[in-house]
Write a protein that binds this ligand. Structure first.
Ligand code: UDP
Length: 326
């Protein structure tokens, strides 16, 4: 099959490209390299096993003609191109909204025109501020006021979900909506705020590990290989069409405990420094206190759920960071 990956040079996209290539498919990537990086796909482009199998287009999904060509020739589309990362969203509030809302609308419109199956990447952010666990797909969403910029990301992704469901219900478009929970792994950059690459980088440089707030907020991290396997299986699961599905890991951890584990595993001399939110973020920032995915729906549809333990995820990230430095 020919698979189109929007945002295919990004962190998740490049791992998904690799998986589809391993499975023998042809992969078409469109990426404007705003947060993606050519180095993520270069090794695949230079790999003799994948000669003539990977096609990289340095372009924006707002280039309608290019996207029309690509959706036309491909069999399936995975739409990952989006503004991601809390820091990035706060730094670029307007362009983030445009990318996430208008960009997805363009992709859905073209997929409808050619009747191509599409997976829309959403995020656990759409649940908003919740304290219960696990979060399941039938749960409601809880946001703060629109003056707090963080919620714009959640709201824009929720709008993507409504749009995708609208295309499914009104136009019969085969669409799958995946909510990713804190996906991490080799090649993820800490530049846009993601906590694990940031703390690992700080630990390796023996700089203070920056833990925001009191560090008691929790997350459940998902190894990118598990996330990618979930996507591939969901695209093959007929029952996933018109559905919203969590893709998330199994082990809840507080950010303070995460920092302690990273310090120990890297043998770092870094201190762990608690930094009040208003020192790092604008006053209008609000953090999510807890995020644990329910993955029964994913398992029911695919027979698979991400189970990689946090220790194994950290070992992998640290090993790759060391190799990249060497
Ligand atoms: N965080 C932190 N130190 C950092 C970066 C992030 O303590 O250097 C915290 C952040 O406030 C949040 C958690 O780590 O509570 C996860 O942040 P990330 O940006 O990775 O993901 P998200 O907030 O989208 O879950």
């Amino acid at each position: 099959m020919k698979i189109l990956l929007t945002g295919g040079a990004g962190f998740i996209g490049s791992h998904l490209a690799e998986r589809y290539l391993e499975l023998g498919h042809k992969v078409y990537v469109i990426d404007d390299l705003s947060t993606g990086c050519i180095d993520n796909v270069k090794p695949l482009m230079e790999d003799p096993r994948y000669e003539g199998k990977l096609f990289f287009h340095h372009d924006s999904i707002f280039n309608g003609e290019k996207l029309l060509d690509l959706v036309g020739i491909c069999d399936r589309v995975v739409h990952l191109a989006a503004a991601v990362g809390v820091q990035y969203i706060l730094d670029n509030p307007l362009s983030s909204l445009k990318t996430n809302i208008q960009g997805t609308e363009i992709v859905l419109g073209l997929c409808h025109r050619f009747q191509k199956k599409v997976l829309i990447a959403s995020t656990s952010e759409v649940y908003g501020n919740q304290s219960h666990a696990p979060l399941v797909e039938t749960d409601g969403c809880a946001y703060g006021p629109s003056t707090k910029a963080r919620w714009s990301y959640a709201a824009s992704k929720l709008m993507d979900e409504f749009m995708a469901l609208g295309y499914h219900r009104s136009m019969d478009l085969p669409v799958v909506i995946a909510r990713f929970f804190n996906t991490v792994g080799p090649r993820q950059t800490g530049r846009y705020g993601m906590v694990i690459p940031r703390l690992v980088g700080q630990a390796m440089r023996n700089e203070p590990l920056t833990v925001y707030g009191d560090g008691r907020q929790t997350r459940t991290f998902t190894h990118v290989k598990d996330a990618v396997e979930s996507v591939v299986r969901l695209m093959d699961a007929g029952g996933a069409e018109g559905e919203v599905i969590n893709i998330g890991g199994a082990e809840e951890v507080s950010i303070l405990d995460l920092a302690r584990r990273i310090k120990e595993k890297t043998g770092s001399h870094s201190e762990i420094r608690l930094i009040p939110y208003d020192v790092v973020f604008p006053k209008d920032f609000e953090d999510m206190q807890r995020r644990v995915p329910g993955t029964d729906k994913l398992f029911g549809l695919t027979g698979f759920r991400p189970l990689t333990k946090l220790d194994a995820i950290l070992d992998d990230v640290i090993a790759h960071s060391r190799a990249a430095q060497a």
